[in-house]
Design a protein around this ligand. Structure first.
Ligand SMILES: O=P([O-])(O)O[C@H]1O[C@H](COP(=O)(O)O)[C@@H](O)[C@H](O)[C@H]1O
Ligand SMILES: [Mg+2]
Length: 651
């Protein structure tokens, strides 16, 4: 096969590996700069020189080694993959066992000849992990591995790449290893993580993650190409190798430009028209208006790799509107979780928290380490994630071109407030309540049942990919603001984030909502607390007596259960997905153990109360919910079980 590159795209020299589509020069090989095949072929200059692929005998060859191993405890993937301390991951065979168990769960015939994406949020240990996974992929018969430059790809970008990218030779990805522990801190003493995403770009379903876990308990050996040279993942280009089963390639590509292009291209593929998902021109007008001010905090996570390209270069925001937008291995020592506690700098810049800025911007947002979560803030105003998804759904058809023809349906996770339910009801939309974990939305989307979904845990997204998407959520909010202000940008009064939220409450009522997190609690104590709450569910008379003893103004519990979900698409059943106490007036208490921590246990307590009367929707949420909070803490004996007098995080 013959193919070529523009001569001016030559970027650097690699003496060790053959990089395809490259001009050979003595013993060195010159690499070419390109982002992906669409650009490559679209830009192909007729005068470009055509090169033949390197001959097998020129390629670096590798052998396959079978390394004896044994099961290591505790490799059960959580809500979103395996997340542990770096010190755990760097134990001999630890990562290898998990990767081999994943290959075995997928089956050899699916792995052989496949194309895998391997990248992540760039946290400490990622670079070593990528080299290990490349070597194990080669040994397991994978045909090619795609890596974002420097090993960086946000979780939503991985999903987009798996679904939409076409390699220079027409190849498509079959799956991905995403290396992240999301919102957990990074560094030698902090967390690392790995999860596998399937061909649809979404997280592996429980059927696969259960198999992976079973395999980790019986593993005896793994395969690795120990002599495969390290691949330079800082340089864009393709490295070719030859193994016992044939050719193996590693392609390093520009993570950000691919994401931006794929997002734009997607709509063309789906709709055969030339609109982008968002109306970039309209958003640009808003972002460049002197009346509007903007701030984006990537919390030193991988979102920074996209923020400059999208917000500054594409949409005209000022560079000074970006905070912590250089990705760092240890997230600058911070906790890359976009909430009111951990996104301190943004929170104070937005006029909230301890040292509030006196002149805050109109709009602020933050992302987590792997850029799938988002927090949306207005001037001195916090938007709860449960309200955020409801507001996006209520405005999507008018404000976001991707949805202009209609919404197929909407969905939320169980602990997320019912604000979205009210919108769905009002707009007569299909509605689904699923367990916590983005993978549950994927089935609905693949079946064409859901367009927009969201979670209280700062996750919002749509069926453009199969992961939640932090930058998408920001663009969705900017679209709504741009749409509502399209006639106000020449001196008129701006419709603010706060106005939009308050208008929403006036129309649909307000779900007062708060979440209390008790992080790093003793795992045994957390289990006992949950067991106690389940036991109490069988004596509601007793529960109501306790409640009335604590607060006579709180209504009775009408129903209590553990949430169970039957997937409407594949019929699979997920049990024990959170403990619910449902009150007569529609209020809810939900208790769950986090599935994303790496040590001890995190208890999450979700508290919700619906207020329909528009004259009562403007209260401070902590104040409005104080009676229910008191009830929840006493009913669960939180302090008795955990020894904690206060939560670590309140949102
Ligand atoms: O950690 P992420 O951003 O990948 O997010 C992951 O975990 C969240 C829950 O976390 P927990 O179990 O701690 O409540 C889920 O809502 C989310 O769908 C999942 O992708
Ligand atoms: Mg995340």
């Amino acid at each position: 096969m013959l193919w070529g590159y523009e001569p001016n795209s030559v970027s650097h020299i690699h003496p060790h590996q053959v990089r395809s589509g490259q001009e050979t020069c003595g013993s060195n090989y010159i690499c070419c700069r390109h982002s992906h095949s669409h650009t490559l072929f679209a830009n192909l200059n007729p005068s470009a020189i055509l090169f033949s692929l390197p001959k097998i005998e020129d390629m670096v060859t590798f052998k396959i080694t079978r390394v004896e191993s044994a099961p290591i405890d505790g490799q059960k993937p959580g809500t979103s993959g395996l997340r542990k301390k770096v010190k755990v991951f760097t134990q001999p065979h630890y990562l290898h066992n998990f990767v081999q168990s994943t290959f075995n769960a997928l089956s050899a015939e699916k792995v052989k000849g496949s194309t895998l994406v391997v990248s992540g949020d760039g946290r400490y240990y990622s670079k070593d992990a990528i080299q290990i996974i490349i070597k194990m992929s080669a040994a397991n018969g994978v045909r090619r591995v795609w890596v974002g430059q420097n090993g960086l790809l946000s979780t939503p970008a991985v999903s987009a790449v798996v679904r939409e990218r076409v390699g220079a030779d027409g190849s498509k990805a079959n799956g991905a290893f995403i290396l992240t522990a999301s919102h957990n801190p990074g560094g030698p003493n902090e967390d690392f993580g790995i999860k596998y995403n399937m061909e649809n770009g979404g997280p592996a379903p429980e059927g696969i993650t259960d198999k992976i876990y079973e395999n980790t308990k019986t593993i005896k050996e793994y395969l690795i190409a120990e002599d495969l040279p390290e691949v330079d993942i800082s340089a864009i280009g393709i490295s070719n190798f030859s193994g016992p089963e044939g050719q193996f390639d590693v392609e390093v590509f520009d993570a950000a430009s691919d994401y931006v292009k794929l997002m734009k291209l997607l709509i063309k593929l789906l709709c055969y028209c030339f609109r982008s998902i968002f109306d970039f021109q309209l958003i640009q007008k808003l972002l460049t208006s002197p009346q509007f001010t903007f701030c984006y905090d990537a919390l030193s996570g991988v979102a920074g790799a996209y923020a400059k390209r999208i917000f500054v270069e594409e949409l005209g925001a000022k560079e000074s509107s970006l905070l912590n937008c250089i990705p760092k291995e240890d997230f600058g020592g911070g906790h890359p979780d976009p909430n009111l506690t951990y996104a301190k700098e943004l929170v104070s810049r937005m006029g909230l928290g301890k040292n509030p800025n006196s002149d805050p911007p109109e709009f602020g947002a933050a992302a987590d380490g792997d850029a799938d979560r988002n927090m949306i803030l207005g001037k001195r105003f916090f938007v709860t994630p449960s309200d955020s998804v409801a507001i996006i759904a209520a405005n999507a058809v008018q404000a976001i071109p991707y949805f202009s023809s209609d919404l197929k349906g909407v969905a939320r996770s169980m602990p997320t407030s019912a604000a979205l339910d009210v919108v769905a009801n009002h707009l007569n939309l299909k509605f689904f309540e699923v367990p916590t974990g983005w993978k549950f939305f994927g089935n609905l989307m693949d079946a064409g049942l859901c367009s927009i979904c969201g979670e209280e845990s700062f996750g919002t997204g749509s069926d453009h990919i199969r992961e939640k998407d932090g930058i998408w959520a920001v663009l969705a909010w900017l679209s709504i603001l741009a749409y509502k202000n399209k006639d106000n940008l020449n001196g008129g009064e701006l419709v603010t984030v706060e106005d939009i939220v308050k208008q929403h409450w006036a129309t649909f009522g307000r779900h007062y909502y708060t979440r209390y997190d008790y992080e790093n609690v003793d795992a045994g104590a957390a289990k006992e607390l949950m067991a106690y709450l389940v036991k109490m569910q069988s004596s509601l008379g007793e529960v109501n007596k306790i409640i009335k003893g604590v607060r006579s103004d709180v209504s009775n519990v009408a129903n209590a259960d553990e949430f169970e979900y039957k997937d409407p698409v594949d019929g699979s059943i997920s049990k024990h997905q959170g403990i619910r106490y449902l009150f007569e007036d529609g209020s809810r208490l939900v208790f769950r153990l986090s599935g994303t921590g790496s040590e001890g246990a995190t208890i999450r307590l979700y508290i919700e109360q619906y207020e329909k009367d528009p004259s009562k929707t403007g209260r401070d949420s902590q104040e409005a919910l104080a009676p229910l909070v008191e009830v929840a803490l006493k009913l669960s004996k939180m302090q008795e079980f955990t020894g904690r007098t206060a939560p670590t995080v309140i949102t």
